[in-house]
Design a protein around this ligand. Structure first.
Ligand SMILES: *Cc1c(COP(=O)(O)O)cnc(C)c1O
Length: 370
């Protein structure tokens, strides 16, 4: 039994004394929000760090997803995955778009690109895939399908901060990619998010959308929203960015240790690294094969809780099983066999910067000692 609670994640706060000079700047500037100097600096530093051309900061990832759909005037039906955080689908619903769920692939748990075309109807206008746990979707295949059917692609890249494929940011795929900087994510501005786009015009458009649709002082061109990130959070983000490489390295070590220790536990599997991908190890999901392991995922989840270890069953229930969506024609188990099975098997184990090697060893011992 752990004395302390071990949660699935825990934010790593930068040293407080390093934050004070940033706050001093905010106080000196007397500019608290509305594209302030620290906000501008963070957009620039993030674009450089991530290797993307244009980035617009947002108050959170959900508003960024909703605004991304607005920016491309997406309507009708959008093809998406049920195996994600519920905000993915909520963003469609808030735009009066009908979500169409497509099943996932068993290897990396992303939307099954081979099943997308069958779900396209004349109402389909876009695809919203998710790079689940930061593992890139089959981006080339998805681009090919989108081009063939004249569809937009908006990636929910909330887990994919700094993920690269063939040395290129995964955020450069799709028409838009959306990030979340929530406190539970690898990189955080406490609450926050961003849209990555590929042109100056689109960035202007998105920047206006998040500021009520204002274009200058007296002109409103579209029904925008208030989704701005403030200066204090931008300051926090600037400081976090100084530490991010170390954070990712630490997560990589923890992942390596988990994989090594779990290797010979019967009935427990974890996901591998993908070829030519630079991962950031945002989550550590395991899959529990009840028959081989001798215990169900839910029993293991409860058992860990008794030891003060709080894993999370991301993503169970599937989004398609939640009340607002469960009656959609695409929400059936028959349509989503892989996602349905995985949702019963998956458990995300604790992973965060300050998790100690001994904690990982103890967690695995408890998993081993049925
Ligand atoms: C965290 C998350 C979001 C929502 O981001 P917020 O910043 O919390 O609004 C959206 N999609 C996925 C996949 C997420 O994990």
């Amino acid at each position: 039994m752990f004395q302390k609670q071990i949660t699935v994640t825990q934010p790593c706060l930068p040293p407080l004394d390093e934050f004070i000079p940033y706050l001093q700047q905010v106080w000196d500037n007397k500019w608290l929000t509305n594209n302030g100097p620290l906000h501008q600096q963070l957009e620039k530093e993030l674009a450089d760090y991530l290797g993307v051309k244009y980035i617009s900061l947002f108050a959170n990832g959900t508003l960024a997803l909703m605004s991304a759909l607005q920016a491309l005037t997406i309507q009708g039906e959008v093809i998406t995955t049920p195996f994600s955080f519920v905000a993915t689908t909520h963003s469609l619903w808030w735009n009066k778009i009908t979500p169409v769920f497509v099943d996932i692939e068993p290897d990396f748990l992303n939307i099954d690109s081979q099943k997308i075309e069958a779900a396209i109807t004349e109402k389909t206008t876009a695809i919203m895939p998710v790079h689940v746990y930061g593992n890139p979707c089959r981006v080339d295949e998805i681009r090919r399908i989108a081009e063939k059917h004249n569809l937009k692609v908006i990636y929910d890249a909330a887990h994919a901060f700094a993920v690269k494929k063939d040395n290129v940011s995964i955020l450069n795929y799709g028409d838009l990619s959306v990030l979340s900087f929530h406190a539970t994510k690898v990189y955080s501005t406490i609450e926050g998010g961003a849209i990555v786009c590929h042109s100056q015009e689109m960035k202007h458009h998105i920047d206006n959308l998040k500021n009520f649709g204002f274009r200058g002082e007296t002109v409103v061109e579209e029904p925008g929203i208030n989704a701005k990130l403030n200066e204090v959070q931008a300051a926090y983000g600037l400081l976090q960015l100084k530490y991010i490489d170390g954070f990712i390295e630490k997560r990589k070590q923890i992942t390596g240790l988990y994989r090594k220790l779990l290797n010979d536990v019967q009935g427990i599997s974890s996901l591998n690294d993908m070829e030519d991908v630079a991962h950031v190890y945002s989550y550590f999901p395991i899959l529990i094969d009840e028959e081989k392991y001798g215990m169900s995922r839910d029993d293991l989840y409860e058992k860990l809780k008794q030891h003060n270890i709080f894993g999370r069953r991301y993503f169970y229930p599937l989004i398609s099983d939640f009340e607002p969506y469960k009656r959609l024609p695409s929400a059936t188990k028959e349509n989503l066999p892989v996602a349905t099975k995985i949702a019963q098997q998956v458990l995300c184990l604790p992973i965060y910067v300050e998790l100690e090697e001994n904690d990982v060893r103890r967690i695995v011992e408890i998993i081993q000692s049925k």
